[in-house]
Every structure is written in C-alpha cells, then in structure tokens.
Design a protein around this ligand. Sequence first.
Ligand code: ZN
Length: 332
Amino acid sequence: MPESQLTPARRAARRRRVERRRRRAVATATATLSACIMIVAGAVMTANANARDADPQASGSAPAEVVAETPEPTATPTPTPTPTASDTPDDAEPFCTDEVTAAIDSGDAEAVVVAAGGGQAFRDAVVDGRADDCISLGHPAWDWVVVNKQRPLDPIDYAPEVVVPQTFSPIGAHFDEAAAQALDALVVGARDAGAGEIGLESGYRSYETQVESYNAQVVLRGGTDGADRTSARPGYSEHQLGLAADLVACEGQQCGTIYEFGDTVQGAWVAENAWRYGWIVRYESGTTDITGYEPEPWHLRYVGVELATAYTEGGYSTYEEFWELPAAPGYE
Ligand SMILES: [Zn+2]
C-alpha cells in the first residue's frame, strides 16, 4: 500500500522504523540523530485499542525477538487484521491488543508487560514503535517511564497519586506502592542471603523537596556544575516518581552513608540481585557520558521484575540504551 493510504499513526511508525534502521547503519550515531526517536512525553494512554491492530488471535503472546533487525520487505503491508505473507513482521504482531489495553485499564504496570509477552517483548515493541498507540515512555505514572536530564517529568511538578511508607526506613521514606513492596522484598532477600541489613536514605521526594535538595547541593559544591553531577534538578529526578531508592548499609541501629554503600557487602549483593526484585542500579560506573551522573551504586530505580529481568539478561548498563534513547549527559 502506498504511504499516502496508511493511517497517520502507521505512517509515523513506518517513518520511525526507517529512521531507526538508518541510524543503526551510521556508525557515528550522535545524539542529534537519535533525538529523532525520542518518544514524546504525555502521549496516548488510551484504552481504545486501534481496532485494526487489535488482533485477538495474537493476544500479545507472539515473540518479538525477530522483529528489530528484519529488513523491510519491498511488498507493502496490508491493513487487514489477519497477518499475511506480505506483512512486515512489525505489522504482523500488533501490540495494543485487547489483552494489553485491558491491563493498561487496570493500572497495573507489571500486568501490562506480562500481557505484552514479557519484559523482552514489551521492550522490543516499544523500541520498534509498535507500542506507540498505547504506551509512552514519558508518562510518569508508569513503572517504565524514562526520566533523565533530557527528559523531565511531565508535568514538571508531577506527584504520584499514592505513596506508601516503608516500615524499615529510619527516615520514614515513601514510595509508589509496587516499588514499596518490592523494596521490602529486596531488604528481606538481602537479610535471608546473609548480606546484612539495608536501610534507606531517601525514597519519594516531591518537587518542592527536590528544590531544597538541589539548592543545598549547589551551595555544597560551589555551583550548578558540581551540583548537576550528583543531584537532579527539580522536575528531573526519579525520586519524584516514587520509583527510586537511595540505600545505605546498616548494622543494628547504625547505618553508613550512601557514599559507602558500594563498598559494603550489602552493596555488592544489591548490584548482583536487585533486578530479581524489579530494581536496577541506575547509574553504574563508566556510564556518566550517557546518564549524566557520576556512579551511584546506592541509587536504585524500580522498573518491575519483567523489565529488570530483560534489562539484566540483555547486559545493559544504562536505562537509556535499554530503550535506545539518546544519551542525556547534560541539560539542554
Ligand atoms: Zn537517588
């Protein structure tokens, strides 16, 4: 079918696929080029699946591993819901199925990823543009959201609807509910593994709290350049999502600082095992050029078990690379 007869969404998806393939072919891919695939914040979270794409027979269970590198065939896709030989693999595997949109309606992020066929299938569909009709990496209410120095929260003063307290936190930190449960499980897991006690330095921080925290860093480090290397500006922090935790190692009532955490038994255990509980170490050493932050072995980001598993099994060390997003070394 000629491009002019495709729906706008499908036309855009095709353009994105072409652009992505072009980018892979360019060895010196730069942030300028990859900016083309930035997924726009606040895009659709709608329940009405594109009826044409919602093939109930496919129900989100088809594996998507083969999709990304398959060359675009010369034959054009047909708009019929039944896959045919002339379909591209992208079109043959509709993402926003009834099952996925029902999970979206439930508000349960992990259920959405499961309905999509698991962490790897979900990630592949998002990267490939097939999930654009129902998934946005910019929506702050979902566990998969990407926030960095190029991707502020939208709205900038976003606050989660619900945050719940951690019982073991010495500072009374709060989290998104799923993240709170996952952190409890992680702390118990470390204890059961003989890796010692883990405490919390920081959990959910509101926009207003981040204003104070960032300003304190500016004073402490003699300016914004120093502060930007260790602290997010207000509206750019994962802590504002309720999905980030700064951990410390404890013994009895005594806890160390976040800066010591990476060298503790607890820190080593977390680096190895956090993903099993849905958390990733967000700022690993050697990734400052991409994340914009110095290594922070204490800062964990909750993404859910499915995505954390795909992230770890895929050998990723930055969340930006996992989603094939541009590096975010600094603010614009
Ligand atoms: Zn942190």
